[in-house]
Write a protein that binds this ligand. Structure first.
Ligand code: ADP
Ligand code: MG
Length: 264
């Protein structure tokens, strides 16, 4: 059986995935702030625009304008794609009464309805969907993350999307605000960062990709102004090297538990 693969828009990443992610997959992009999740998502959408896909970008962490500006710094014209009805950016920060593509609340039902409305508006054909981020939808109730993720996957399944869903990990513990996405993702791209020799370095590891003989190494990421994201080279570091020391992580978790006990 031949598996159709969707290009990530980052050639050096496609090379690690036998050409791209299988069509229809839900890819979880997970990692701490500033690790490159949004930029990877912008590449995914830019590639969709190039291929004539119907593209939807739902942004909760940044405004629509910020996403358009970030894309333009890498040479992608999102404004034109919006004008040509190839891209809709759903904005959860926006507060404009007359804008049809804003979310009134961070509610998954409303998100799903908006995404389906947007797909109808864009028309028939393969769609690329980015939800950046999903964490925002269960910040108030992390325990719901798994159930909500499952519902999102199920409801969107018939709509012919290949999806990127972002999960923000806390800087302190390197953990999700409620694990959920990781359980239902067909693929998991784990982004990391740390400081070595006084310099910030970023890395990407494909932790999972079903139906794919993917690369198993952690790659150093470079983000170049005017060009975008490239995977430079695999690294020698082990996962332990980029985690917080265990004692520190335990202390942080203990403090967190204590705080939660104070608010019954
Ligand atoms: N035009 C650019 N040129 C080079 N580096 C950039 C550019 N724009 C952003 N970056 C780098 O990318 C980082 C943001 O990446 P982003 O994908 O937004 O992170 P995340 O979504 O994981 O929080 C910035 O902190 C900066 O280091
Ligand atoms: Mg981001």
């Amino acid at each position: 059986m031949r598996i159709e693969r969707i290009s990530t828009g980052i050639p050096s990443l496609d090379n690690l995935l036998q050409g791209g992610v299988p069509r229809g997959f839900l890819v979880a992009l997970v990692g701490e702030p500033g690790t490159g999740k949004t930029i990877a998502s912008i590449h995914f959408i830019a590639q969709g625009i190039k291929e004539g896909d119907k593209c939807i970008y739902c942004t909760t962490e940044e405004s629509r304008e910020s996403i358009i500006a970030a894309a333009s710094l890498f040479g992608f014209n999102f404004e034109k794609a919006i004008d040509e009805n190839q891209l809709i950016i759903i904005d959860a920060l926006l507060k404009k009464k007359d804008d049809p593509w804003m979310l009134k609340s961070l509610d998954t039902q409303e998100l799903l309805q908006k995404v389906i409305d947007a797909k109808k508006e864009l028309g028939y054909g393969h769609g690329r969907l980015v939800i950046d981020s999903l964490s925002a939808f269960w910040l108030h109730a992390p325990a719901m993350a798994r159930r909500e993720s499952y519902i999102i996957k199920k409801v969107l399944h018939p709509w012919n999307f290949t999806t990127y869903a972002v999960s923000e990990y806390a800087i302190t513990t390197g953990e999700a605000f409620g694990f959920g996405l990781e359980h239902i993702g067909d693929a998991i791209f784990r982004f990391r960062k740390y400081v070595r020799g006084g310099v910030l370095r970023r890395f990407l590891l494909i932790e999972k990709c079903r139906l794919t003989a993917h690369d198993l190494r952690m790659w150093e990421i470079e983000i170049i102004d005017g060009v975008g994201m490239i995977l430079k080279s695999p690294t020698e570091y082990r996962a332990e090297d980029v985690r917080l020391p265990r004692q520190v992580a335990e202390k942080v978790l203990k403090a967190k538990e204590k705080k939660e006990m104070e608010f019954p």
